[in-house]
Design a protein around this ligand. Sequence first.
Ligand code: BG6
Length: 477
Amino acid sequence: MTALILFGATGDLARRMLLPSLAALDADGLLPEGLRIVGTARSRLDDEGFRAAAAEAVAANPVSARAARPGFLARLRYVPLDATDRPGFRRLAEAVAAGEPVHIFLSTAPALFPPTIAGLVEAGLAGPNVRLALEKPLGSDLASARAINDAVAAAFPEERIFRIDHYLGKETVQNLLALRFANTLFEPLWRSEAVAHVEITVAETIGLEDRGDTYDATGALRDMVQNHMLQLLALVAMEPPSRLSAEAIRAEKVKVLASLRPIGPAEVEAHTVRGQYVAGAIAGQPVPGYAEELGRASDTETFVALKVLIDNWRWKNVPFYLRTGKRLARRKSEIILAFRPVPHSIFGAGTSAMAANRLEIGLQPEETIRLALMAKVPGLDRAGMKLREVTLDLGDRTAFAEQRRRIAYERLLLDLIEDRPTLFVRRDEVEAQWAFIDGIRAGWHETGRAVRPYTAGSWGPAEAFALVGRDGVTWHD
Ligand code: BG6
């Protein structure tokens, strides 16, 4: 028998992602037989009330797209609990059998982590049979992240801590490992000799939604760059790991994170852009500005663009341009490797416009891998050979058309239950990420770097174009 305990079971993440993911795994017969799912939160529900809420959440999710099976609902239990209420933890401990494997998923405000861990320890729920998964945000700077990590480490050894970054559960993120390390074609070119620059974009069309003050106290740098974007950067830039093991991959990622050239007060002007959306339109629909959604003026950034350099042999002087924002023109996440142009063109000027090769890795909304190459336009070419860019589709989606695309949390929850830590973030990674982000924030603070307005539905403030334009680059849109 096995138990999964979900803290924050009535919260937004559980409703939108965790319960639908678990229901989908259950429907495919992937959950261990006898696995019980114990939800816990402050709401005073009983088992039946939680089952009804879960059934509603599963039915509303377009990805799980089917009703929860009665067998799934029968796995669910509920124990109401306040993080400061010690008897509640005892009731929780009674819901699991002594010594059985227990997986605990904390999807609560990080301020509740320390009292929750103390409660777990006191109730005997921190033994060698227990694994702990932590949802973001893991702190708001290096010092608070260390405090959380210390509090968790006092009760759980690192190998039983699973820090979630849901981007690591996305299909194409893992396909990146296959592309890089299962093909001979790219690896020799995956370095400064052949790559001119790298772009990583995570663009969203949603705005503040109902996150209000929580988002406003965070901002795009800490909400998206500190975690998801730095993880993507690390996967693109890391050296080949010795094996496909958690420790080998995480060791390579952390080396990249430790090699990021710090951005401080002297660099923020040339290397960073902060933006905030004002009213505009997305897909023809008018949308309000950030300050209107929030209900007051604010200096929080909803857009960030960065020019990042990695000080190691492979990436010397290759800029990694990162950009993320809310209320942008289109939802898209992509990684672009822009290769260097040919050293000399034998094709006469005027007969062709030479473009350098480009590898485009699309994460969402579609998973794509495309290679842009130059090819000859068919014809007799009396006035000189004409060339044009063509794209080779490497991610042939029709080849895998029958495979259902999984919600990132399906993979992560299953990995947690099966004790596979590769797609979870190690303590040293999180802390290296925060050290880099803290430098930028200190630079913004010291230089009083203000947010630049951008119209909702655009690709961000003009300064984001200037950031790359100074290097002769235009974003790939
Ligand atoms: C979350 C951020 O971590 O990721 C949100 O807090 C953001 O602000 C979300 O919207 C994006 O995730 P996805 O999977 O929709 O790209």
